[in-house]
Design a protein around this ligand. Structure first.
Ligand code: BTN
Length: 261
């Protein structure tokens, strides 16, 4: 089944200050990021959300593809934040996703640095932040969120062992509408607490499944191994190497290893 989404069913009575006050629904797009960028360049209101039922060219971090067949969640939120708030956008988005999954399904959700949301160790959501930063400040920032809701990972060999979905974890149907509405409320609440992002950073840090774990990090052309020791306030990961030295990683893809130490 796919529950019918519409702009009005998402935004009606939401009660948010900013995020979701305007919702644009499309049944099928290449990527909600492209739609959102076009809207932002045309001066869309802050907090405008583009939701699609299906993406034909969804994109992930590091130029990966993001699968969005119908029945899942693909949305992008347009914001015009202060430049000091930029590092906190991925933190607040991953927190909002994990809070909304927990509220709607009762499942426990964790965050893998920097912003993958996991259930039982498998990825259920990916987040992509794209921004246009100029000398005068942030022209716009777009937070893209993809949540696997109905998707069955066993139908997709390329993600079968690493991904999950809300349906796979609950063994039943999950309302996309309920997850999206709660997600927008949580994002709105967290966004109000910026630009001083201390509270968001602290909640995000506490939810990271990565800290204290042995990890393998692919960062650009480098592959690094070590213990994920801490995260800095602007989001970088501090990796302790086997020789005792530390490396600060600004962006990368983390694989959790089995053992500690
Ligand atoms: C990742 O984990 O690599 C990030 C995936 C981000 C996917 C979302 S789905 C909505 C928005 N539109 C896209 O094309 N990408 C993001």
């Amino acid at each position: 089944m796919t529950d019918g989404l519409s702009a009005s069913s998402i935004s009606a009575g939401l009660g948010t200050e900013l995020i979701g006050r305007k919702v644009i629904y499309r049944s099928r797009v290449a990527s909600t990021m492209d739609e959102a960028r076009r809207e932002a360049r045309q001066g869309a209101a802050a907090g405008t959300v583009i939701v699609a039922d299906e993406q034909t060219a969804g994109r992930g971090r590091i130029k990966r593809l993001w699968l969005t067949p119908g029945g899942n969640i693909a949305l992008s939120v347009i914001l015009y934040p202060e430049i000091t708030s930029l590092p906190y956008l991925i933190m607040m988005a991953s927190l909002a996703v994990s809070y909304s999954i927990e509220a709607v399904t009762g499942l426990a959700a964790q965050i893998k640095w920097p912003n993958d949301v996991l259930i039982n160790g498998k990825k259920v959501c990916g987040i992509l932040v794209e921004s246009d930063v100029r000398r005068g400040g942030v022209a716009y920032a777009i937070i893209g969120i993809g949540v696997n809701v109905a998707l069955l990972p066993s139908d997709y060999p390329e993600i079968e062992t690493t991904a999950t979905s809300l349906a796979a974890e609950t063994g039943g149907e999950v309302s996309r509408l309920a997850v999206i509405r709660r997600l927008l409320v949580e994002m709105d609440r967290l966004y109000q607490s910026l630009p001083g992002g201390g509270a968001v950073y602290e909640q995000w840090r506490q939810r990271l499944v990565t800290l204290g774990r042995r990890v393998r990090v692919v960062s650009g052309s480098e592959v690094l191994e070590g213990i994920a020791e801490s995260v800095a306030a602007e989001g970088s990961l501090l990796l302790r190497r086997a020789d005792g030295s530390t490396t600060m990683i600004v962006a990368g893809d983390v694989t959790l290893r089995e053992t500690k130490g």
